[in-house]
Design a protein around this ligand. Structure first.
Ligand SMILES: [Ca+2]
Length: 248
C-alpha cells in the first residue's frame, strides 16, 4: 500500500500490535524495519526494488493525522489533484501523507505557476505562507483570508473556459473552488477583436452577449489582496430542430 511517497506492508495490519494494547487491536501499517519477522523473496529485497518502491521509515498510524494542527494530504483537504501533488512532493518531508504542524510551519513560499490548477482550496492551512505565485493556472477565485503572513502575491494569467447557453447565461456556482459572487467586481466583457460587451451578474447567473469571447473581473481574495481572473466564453451550439431537407 502506498501512502504519501512510501510503501507499507498491508499484511502487517493483521493483529499488528495486538500484544502492545491489552485486550484490543490497534491497527497500523508497519514499515520495513519493524516487520523483521517477515521474509522477503529475492525479487522484493533487491536494491532496484527498494529504489523503485521506497519503504516507509516509520510505521503508519492514521491517528497521526489527528494530531493538533496536522492536515491529511487528501482529496477532501486539497481537491485539486495538481495542487495536492505539489503539496505532497514539496512539503511532506517524512512522506507519511500528512502535513504535521511542524511541516506546515516550514512553508513560507508556494510557487505553483503554470501547474494547471483550477482550485487552490487547502491554501488556508499554510498560516506561515509569505509568498504565493499562482500565475498561469485556471483559477477563478482565491481565498487568502487565512494566510495572514502573506506579503507577496503574484496571480496573473489565470483563464478558465466556460460555456454559455443560447441566452448568453452561465451559472457561476458551477465554477471550481469556492467562487463567491460577492467578492467579484469590475465585470467586463470583450469580443475576440477586443470590443467591449455588456456583462451583468444577478445572483449566481452571469449574462452576456453571445458574441462575448472573454469576461474579466477583479476578485477580493481577503487579507487585503485582490486578483484579476478571466473566463473564456464558448457559446453552446444548439442543434437545429424541426428542419427538413428536401432533395430535388
Ligand atoms: Ca508529513
Amino acid at each position: 500500500m502506498k501512502i504519501g511517497k512510501y510503501y507499507y506492508n498491508v499484511d502487517a495490519t493483521w493483529d499488528a500490535s495486538y500484544y502492545s494494547v491489552l485486550g484490543r487491536y490497534n491497527y497500523f501499517l508497519r514499515c520495513d524495519s519493524t516487520f523483521d519477522d517477515h521474509t522477503r523473496g529475492d525479487d522484493y529485497s533487491s536494491v532496484d526494488f527498494y529504489a523503485a518502491y521506497p519503504m516507509g521509515s516509520m510505521d503508519y498510524d492514521a491517528s497521526a493525522a489527528s494530531e493538533p494542527g496536522a492536515v491529511a494530504i487528501s482529496g477532501a483537504n486539497f481537491p485539486d489533484e495538481s495542487f495536492r501533488a505539489y503539496v505532497s512532493d514539496s512539503f511532506d518531508a517524512n512522506g507519511d501523507g500528512v502535513l504535521s504542524a511542524e511541516e506546515i510551519a516550514c512553508v513560507t513560499e508556494i510557487d505553483v505557476h503554470d501547474c494547471g490548477i483550477s482550485d487552490l482550496t487547502g491554501i488556508e492551512h499554510f498560516s506561515s505562507l509569505m509568498s504565493l505565485n499562482c500565475d498561469g493556472n485556471q483559477l477563478t477565485s482565491l481565498d487568502l483570508s487565512s494566510n495572514t503572513a502573506l506579503a507577496t502575491l503574484s496571480c496573473t494569467g489565470n483563464t478558465y473556459t466556460v460555456s454559455v447557453d443560447s441566452d448568453g447565461c452561465f451559472d457561476l456556482s458551477t465554477l471550481p473552488g469556492s467562487f463567491n459572487t460577492a467578492n467579484a467586481s469590475s465585470w467586463a466583457g470583450f469580443t475576440s477583436a477586443g470590443s467591449s460587451r455588456t456583462v451583468s451578474v444577478s445572483g449566481s447567473t452571469l449574462t452576456t452577449a453571445v458574441s462575448t469571447a472573454s469576461v474579466c473581473y477583479t476578485y477580493d481574495c481577503g487579507n487585503g489582496a485582490s486578483a484579476g481572473f478571466t473566463l473564456l466564453v464558448t457559446p453552446v451550439v444548439e442543434p437545429i430542430s424541426d428542419c427538413t431537407l428536401t432533395l430535388s
